[in-house]
Design a protein around this ligand. Structure first.
Ligand code: LIP
Length: 264
């Protein structure tokens, strides 16, 4: 069986190549190819091209593995390892020319079901900043060569808490009600627009917590491993795995308070 660190080395190499392609396409100008689940949910030609590159590199290196990508879906293979990929997480930021977008690649044991998989390795690469966040199971979480950990404690002013809003306008009223309940425990709120980078920020102590409803497996597969390996707590609703219903990632010093105000 390939070790998590070997899977991580492959994921990192591919993420760097994919991120460079995405960065070049951004400089050349971005074309929206289609909308998906809602008018605001766009896919660019670069999303599709970058995912095709990642898929080709993984197929060449590990032809027996399975694949689940945001743009091309699941290949339906039965395999010991499944690669869960968001080629450009933060697509809207990418299309507008904002820097908060990332290549997110994770390797999981078992199926591509967040309720069942065991995350083994994950990389979140932000070409705009050069930040390479990486984690392997029981290997810790890293930013470049530096080991990262969630914040040891949350100050008296409250937590720096990130969140996001889904593409479906029908979900926004409930999300705003939830945000109103969170504000009393927050020093401030951040909304960066890329779940993988929000999760990486929790792992690196740049956020105290992050929560969002409606995430897809590829949005959180790598970032959730980063947070867990950095000493944070990752869940869906309490006792559940992260998923569509809810994703929560927090330093231990604020997790319980956040769960309480989210009021499941
Ligand atoms: C995005 C997430 C973000 C969420 C957006 C969207 P995409 O993923 O990273 O956190 O708020 O609605 O789901 O579509 O850019 O890959």
């Amino acid at each position: 069986m390939t070790s998590p660190d070997e899977l991580l080395a492959l994921a990192r190499d591919i993420a760097l190549e994919a991120g460079e392609l995405a960065r070049r396409r951004r400089e050349e100008g971005v074309t929206v190819a289609a909308t998906k689940s809602a008018l605001a949910d766009i896919v660019t030609e670069a999303d599709r091209e970058v995912e095709a590159l990642i898929r080709a590199r993984l197929d060449a290196a590990r032809p027996g593995d399975a694949f689940l990508g945001e743009e091309s879906g699941a290949d339906g293979r039965e395999a010991d390892i499944t690669w869960v990929v968001d080629p450009i997480d933060g697509t809207v930021n990418y299309a507008y020319g904002l820097p908060e977008w990332a290549v997110s690649i994770a390797a999981v044991a078992g199926s591509a079901d967040p309720a069942e998989w065991e995350a083994l390795a994950g990389v979140v690469y932000c070409p705009a900043t050069g930040d390479v966040f990486a984690a392997s199971r029981e290997g810790g979480a890293w930013l470049g060569e530096r080991r990262i950990r969630t914040n040891a404690e949350v100050g008296p002013a409250g937590g720096l808490i990130a969140t996001g809003f889904g593409y479906d306008p029908a979900t926004h009223a409930a999300a705003l009600d939830q945000l109103a309940r969170v504000m009393p425990i927050a020093r401030d709120i951040r909304r960066a627009g890329a779940a993988s980078l929000d999760l990486a920020a929790v792992a690196a102590g740049r956020h105290d917590a992050y929560y969002e409803r409606g995430l897809n497996p590829w949005d959180h597969a790598a970032g959730a491993l980063l947070v867990a390996e950095a000493g944070g707590i990752v869940s869906g609703a309490p006792g559940d795995r992260p998923g569509k219903a809810m994703t929560i990632a927090a330093s231990p010093g604020i997790y319980d308070r956040l769960v309480e105000v989210l009021d499941f």
